[in-house]
Write a protein that binds this ligand. Sequence first.
Ligand code: FAD
Length: 457
Amino acid sequence: MQSVDTLRSRIRGTVLEAGGKGYEQSRQVYNAMIDRKPQVIVQCADVADVIAAVHFARETGLRVSIRGGGHNVAGLAVCDNGLVIDLSRMRHLRVDREHNTVRVGGGCVWGDVDHATHAFGLAVPSGFISTTGVAGLTLGGGLGHLTRKYGLTIDNLLEADVVLADGAFRVANKRENTDLFWALRGGGGNFGVVTSFLFQAHPVHTVTGGPMFWELDQAGDLLKWYREFIPSAPLDASCFFAFHTIPPSPHFPEAYHGKKMCALVWCCAGPQHKANSILGAVRAFRAPAFEMVGPMPYPALQSMFDPLYPPGLQWYWKADFLKEIPDEAIAQHLLHSSRLPTTLSTVHIYPINGAAHRPANSDTAWSYRDAVWAQIIAGVDPDPANRDRITAWARDYFEALHPYSAGGAYVNFLMDEGDERIRAAYRGNYDRLAAVKAKYDPDNFFNMNQNIHPKRA
Ligand SMILES: Cc1cc2nc3c(=O)[nH]c(=O)nc-3n(C[C@H](O)[C@H](O)[C@H](O)COP(=O)(O)OP(=O)(O)OC[C@H]3O[C@@H](n4cnc5c(N)ncnc54)[C@H](O)[C@@H]3O)c2cc1C
């Protein structure tokens, strides 16, 4: 068997082993519930390092995981006793001003992209928090503040550089390796290591955004307002619904500290006067108890919740896509949200329509273009002693709401939930994904993911 020193001699980045300097820190991921101990972590410096790491894993038979931002709540970036291909050093970026595109290294987080593009008055549609990895979020789909206006993150992906399971390098776009390009747009990390992404960016600079909060007894009426508003709202406007407990932080009014409340978190990317008219309508419907909405640079909105959710918390979540939010579901929300088990536990209902509805279900691997919302029930707490409590609450809440779902869930919001849930996430696209997997990764070398089993068509 090849020694780790052989691997070291082949790469320019860093190879970490158990017991060595930097290993303990590098095996940690965002969700502190995950405690996996890889044999080797390869912090790649470039594409050649990724190729060398793939060959080494092939020669030694080590299981492989791929680390982008390390944010995945199921902990799919790290594996026990295997080899982690860690891209966190590959954080190069280049904005092309002529074409309004940005080339992004496979180890970037979204804060890196926001920083680079904002200087040019541009943004790429991503998520709701800036510490999430570009790679994992993009390969799963990418839902965020700009989804309604500019589509999912994958709808703005122009090209990907990929190292395949046999160490070969491919470019995937609308002209080359089109089957791979189709599968990468929603199929997760099943097909290879993406070493760089090329995105279309859009003119977004200052947005009107932030949360509005209401007392919990307003939640039923507010959810009914939200379910009517989102399907026909102007595309410049987006907001997601949330249940939260107000943290004891000086950023929030003291009178509400520790109170369970409901919220709408806004992002209006159009002109200020249009934002004012939209926000005026919701304030007229029901005046918020307090709000933190105003004009701000887009990266400020993207990073607004970063301090509240630093790495190292315990996370357990359950999710579903929704096509409707019936009164019966609202009744269950009112019951279970009143039992939010810890200050950081939360429920979010994200909108998916507008530009995200333009492609058909089969145009990309992401197969829920007909969903209107993605719902996530997240148990979160710093204390490992509360692990069971937050898990039980999220599961109970999910069980009560699941009958009103569209059937499947967003693949980036899945825990380790088994093959049926993965099939439900891809429904009609699963067999085509399995065929692309059979072509590019017939041995299922990349299996530390929401796994698609290779199967010839
Ligand atoms: C607090 C929080 C907020 C979130 N908010 C959003 C949101 O607003 N919108 C949204 O859509 N999602 C959101 N997510 C979910 C997020 O998209 C996923 O957790 C995603 O997997 C994170 O990407 P990552 O690169 O950090 O993943 P990692 O943990 O690094 O990796 C996860 C998986 O992605 C694959 N992968 C990673 N890098 C690569 C690569 N370079 N090439 C091939 N495969 C790779 C791996 O196979 C691995 O299985 C959020 C998650 C958290 C914890």
